[in-house]
Design a protein around this ligand. Structure first.
Ligand SMILES: [Zn+2]
Length: 153
């Protein structure tokens, strides 16, 4: 059994977000408010991968992500693998896909956007054309490249 497999299987029940690019694990914890919940969370940073690179990993006990929730992570970790664990076994494993919309995570780069003044959750619609991704704001309707957002740059 590889080290990697043991890391993934070390919790009894919950969700493991694996293969996060190094440095993005902390951002995911912060921007998705994962630490606001009482779940036990284990984070590994800059772990060596079998192919000689590094990755971050987040293990959240007793919370099972839906596909929709997991896909919200994809702008932060496009290559993330989600492992759903039950009774120490991986019962489901998949890679994330871009969602149709991202809610409550990114703040609008347009400083005049009404979302900054109103008590509303930000909301961006994800549009892909060929290889380029744009996020358009529900409130001001402006479209932005992902790297414009401070959370993603
Ligand atoms: Zn906006």
């Amino acid at each position: 059994m590889s080290n990697n497999k043991m890391q993934v299987q070390a919790i009894e029940k919950g969700t493991v977000i694996d293969h996060i690019a190094p440095g993005m694990g902390i951002r995911i914890l912060k921007f998705f408010d994962l630490t606001d919940k009482p779940d036990c969370i284990t984070v590994g940073l800059n772990l060596p991968t079998a192919d000689g690179y590094q990755k971050d990993i987040i293990k959240i006990e007793n919370t099972i992500f839906s596909r929709e929730q997991a896909n919200q992570l994809s702008l932060f970790a496009e290559s993330a693998t989600i492992n759903i664990i039950n009774n120490f076994q991986v019962v489901e494993k998949y890679t994330v896909n871009l969602p149709d919309a991202v809610a409550a995570v990114l703040s609008c780069p347009n400083s005049n956007c009404i979302s900054h003044d109103e008590p509303v959750d930000s909301r961006f619609y994800v549009k892909t054309r060929q290889d380029s991704i744009k996020l358009s704001c529900h409130y001001c309707e402006k479209a932005f490249q992902p790297r414009i957002f401070k959370e993603l740059s």
